[in-house]
Design a protein around this ligand. Sequence first.
Ligand code: NIG
Ligand code: FE
Length: 399
Amino acid sequence: MSLKLINIGELVTYNSEKKSMVILKDIEIAIENGKISDIGTLVGDCDEILDCKKKLITPGYIDSHTHPVFVNSRYNDFFDRLSGLTYKNIQEKGGGIISSIKDVRKASYKKLIRCVKDRMDRFINMGTTTVECKTGYGLSLESELKSLDVLDKVNSIHEIDIIATFMGAHAIPPEYTNNRSDYVKIICDDMIPSVKKQGIAIFNDVFCEEGYFSIEESRKIMLTAKLHGLFNRIHADEFNDFGGGELAAETHAISADHLMNISEKNIEKMVDNGVIGTLLPGTTFSLGINNYAPYKKMKEMGLEIALATDYNPGSCNIKSMSFIISLACIFLGMNPLDAIKAATYTSAKSLLIDKVTGSIEVGKNSDIVVWDFDSHIKIPFMVTNHPIKHIIKSGKLLN
Ligand code: NIG
Ligand code: FE
């Protein structure tokens, strides 16, 4: 089965040879057996032809940070925030992450599959073709393995590609409040080896912040994960300059995420150790605060930047990567091409899949969005309205 895209208005993608974003016009794309087989002014014959009617074409988005394995959204936390409480106040009064674990522990495998599958339908309809999904609302061996099984199942039945991350270190569950070291020991001695044996998760993630996991606890968990062959990501320096970015550098984590309060010294350490900075402006926006991550400083210092939604039941309900690009341009000061690169190629790199997806290049998966407008600048400009004409995932025309 082969498919040819013709009459493309503007093709915007990262190019590995040029090592930069490119904007191509008067170009066609040929797809064979799910892969991009040719890109040129006139490609050869194909079984099917898709007329793109002079519209914009981009790679499908790669959303490299989400928490979709939960049952109910915590819109009551949102209401409390509107009344003036902070994320920390809400956690202290029993809301926050911990209040999501009861229903995940109770939920059947089938129910969780339904919840996650419905969310994946929304993600792909907004142009995301690969999504990193974290566990972390079970926080017991059994419910964390169940959450990973759910991700594996949804990945097998859904067009979207899921990359699974184990996040047993999302919070200290209530039964361990008074003996947190026991929970850290369970993560290291029981959960990580079992997760590795189960074989679904590629990454381990730790919420390294005041009130969650200390630097010392995070280090122990990350080194154990690494020893068992999981790659590390870390939630770092969101509320304070806590040292998570520095720990990411020290442990050679693949990505450190949030980074709203990271110091210049620790940005430098991340750069020196090749850690990608994943920025999540949707969370800053949704929390109603305005200390966005210091993107301009990061860019100047040479940090590689990815963008993601941080979709989760509490602090951020955003699934649209187009909206994230808009926030990144408006509030972080990114230019549209840099933002699209961060939401496609660099996100793929942070998931170790940049050799197979994240850009429109010969040999890569044909994960492509045909937008119903003509210029990439309209992605940030249109803020919440991003009509799509077609989504192609691994060669299959989805709509
Ligand atoms: O990235 N920081 C940890 N995880 C999420 C919040 C999860 C939640 O509030 O349920 C985040 O913001
Ligand atoms: Fe997160």
